[in-house]
Design a protein around this ligand. Structure first.
Ligand code: AMP
Ligand code: ZN
Length: 471
């Protein structure tokens, strides 16, 4: 039975989706004004693992991740780079998709964009205004936080405490420092949409209330994001959605811990970050995912080359076994040893770990124990049947590949295919050499010509024959 720590209730709860086997899940996606950093990647990868484990457990997951494609940071960047704001967001949306693919993150079912939901955003703000939760001050529409009596429940903060720490920017005319903008009056040169309040653009929080509701319904199962979003972003989303629909909004709130550098949150504003694409040049996706998996998802994790190098060594162990498995399955040995291994017991342990609030580090440890036992059996037995390797692969495919994404049989297959091709060509080279020695020049030439037709060029020299594959 899966248990999830719910930020809303502050305890581990048995996971009971609203409408099983369906699970509706929303994750706050990137603001597309730059390449995302490896800290963002931690949140994206962990959300991916949660989603994959739910699917492994038999749920049908509808996964939505928004793209914030109009925002202060995007506008700032467009001014700096003398580009239209749409050009900035388009560029970084393309980069976002390239990077998540490299990180082997499964694509969401929908990636809604803020700019494609303006009508719905206006409709929700109108509803909030009608219900007395929003007020307009000269084209800026604010949410009236004091009207919402559950405010602070998610973050565990009380209104008075918040009020004393709040700061009002001089250019804002809100009634209360805690109030936040739903709809912002566009300044000169900023993108805008026409509305009854004037030429404006949406605030950030309202986007997520609108897009989650539109694609997942008014009350859905899981809402995820990094820790930094608990307050104010998610607190504000609850205030907006509950006030607009009179429904509870989200059943389970899931938050991912920060990736830190020297115990400080990695962030664009602090400048202490590495982009995911930079890190991917040095380390494999499997190693990066293993590095993330080795920490509890809710706690902090320190970024360091030592830890990533360690993860790369772990990933290499899995890769070596994957290549061996692929080669053995291709050999398809039907006679031989069939060492006994209790795969079911490993699967039970894997499930128990993941069911305990996604204990990925324990789950990864189960995988490594399993791999250790398999390697021992391979060392102890001479000729093992392909069936053994098929059983081993089936388990790893479901868990290490399918859930954690720390292993990959596809690239192992390419390596195995390439080495098999090389072995076959060398075999033909040997046969040709033998034919030449036997003065069977017709056969030797035929081998060379037929290989040429396949794009494989043989080059004879005094040291022997080498080959080149024409691309
Ligand atoms: P942003 O583009 O800044 O809105 O962030 C996209 C996602 O990454 C959000 O879910 C953030 O909470 C998350 N995030 C940002 N910085 C970090 C970090 N250092 N560690 C983990 N997650 C982060
Ligand atoms: Zn959001």
């Amino acid at each position: 039975m899966l248990k999830i720590y719910n930020t809303l209730t502050k305890r581990k709860e048995t996971f009971e989706p609203l409408n099983p086997p369906e699970v509706r899940m929303y994750m706050c996606g990137p603001t597309v004004y730059d390449y995302f950093h490896i800290g963002n990647a931690r949140s994206f990868v962990m959300a991916d693992i949660v989603r994959r484990y739910l699917e492994y457990s038999g749920y049908k997951v509808k996964f939505v991740m928004n793209l914030t494609d109009v925002d202060d940071k995007i506008i700032k960047k467009s001014n700096e780079e003398k580009l239209k704001f749409e050009e900035v967001s388009k560029k970084y949306i393309t980069a976002f998709f390239e990077d998540i693919e490299k990180l082997k993150i499964k694509k969401a079912d929908i990636y809604p964009k803020a700019t494609e939901h303006i009508e719905d955003i206006i409709a929700m703000i109108e509803k909030l205004e009608e219900k007395g939760f929003a007020y307009n001050v000269d084209g800026n529409v604010f949410y009236d936080v004091r009207k919402f009596n559950q405010y602070g429940k998610l973050s565990g903060k009380n209104i008075e405490e918040l009020e004393s720490g709040a700061r009002v920017d001089v250019d804002e005319d809100k009634k209360d420092p805690l109030d936040f903008a739903l709809w912002k009056k566009a300044k000169e040169g900023e993108p805008y949409w026409e509305s009854k309040w004037g030429k404006c653009r949406p605030g950030w929080h309202i986007e997520c209330s609108v897009m989650s509701c539109k694609h997942l319904g008014e009350y859905f199962d899981i809402h995820a994001g990094g820790n930094d979003l608990i307050f104010p972003h998610h607190e504000n989303e609850i205030a907006q959605s509950v006030a607009a629909t009179d429904k509870p909004f989200v059943k389970y709130w899931l938050h991912f811990g920060f990736l830190n550098i020297d115990n400080e949150k990695m962030s664009k504003s602090l400048g202490n970050f590495f982009t995911a694409r930079e890190v991917l040049k040095k380390y494999s996706a499997e190693a990066i995912r293993l590095f993330f998996s080795q920490a509890y998802y809710r706690g902090p994790l320190n970024f360091s080359d030592e830890l990533l190098e360690g993860a790369e060594r772990g990933a290499a162990k899995l890769k070596n076994l994957a290549e061996k498995i692929i080669r053995e399955i291709e050999l398809n040995r039907t006679e031989g040893e069939m060492p006994s291994i209790d795969i079911k017991a490993y699967e039970e342990k894997f499930k128990a770990a993941m069911d305990d609030d996604f204990n990925t580090s324990q789950a990864a440890a189960v995988i490594f124990d399993f791999v250790k036992e398999v390697n021992r059996l391979i060392a102890e037995n001479e000729n093992i049947k392909a069936e053994f390797y098929k059983n081993v692969k089936e388990f790893l495919d479901k868990t290490a590949v399918g859930v954690l994404g720390i292993m990959d049989f596809e690239s192992a297959k390419t390596v195995a295919d390439e080495s098999l091709t090389g072995d076959l060509i060398n075999l033909l080279i040997d046969i040709r050499l033998k034919a030449k020695k036997d003065k069977n020049y017709a056969l030797a030439d035929e081998i060379r010509d037929k290989l040429k037709e396949l794009g494989i060029l043989l080059q004879d020299s005094k040291d022997g024959t080498t080959y080149k594959i024409e691309k």
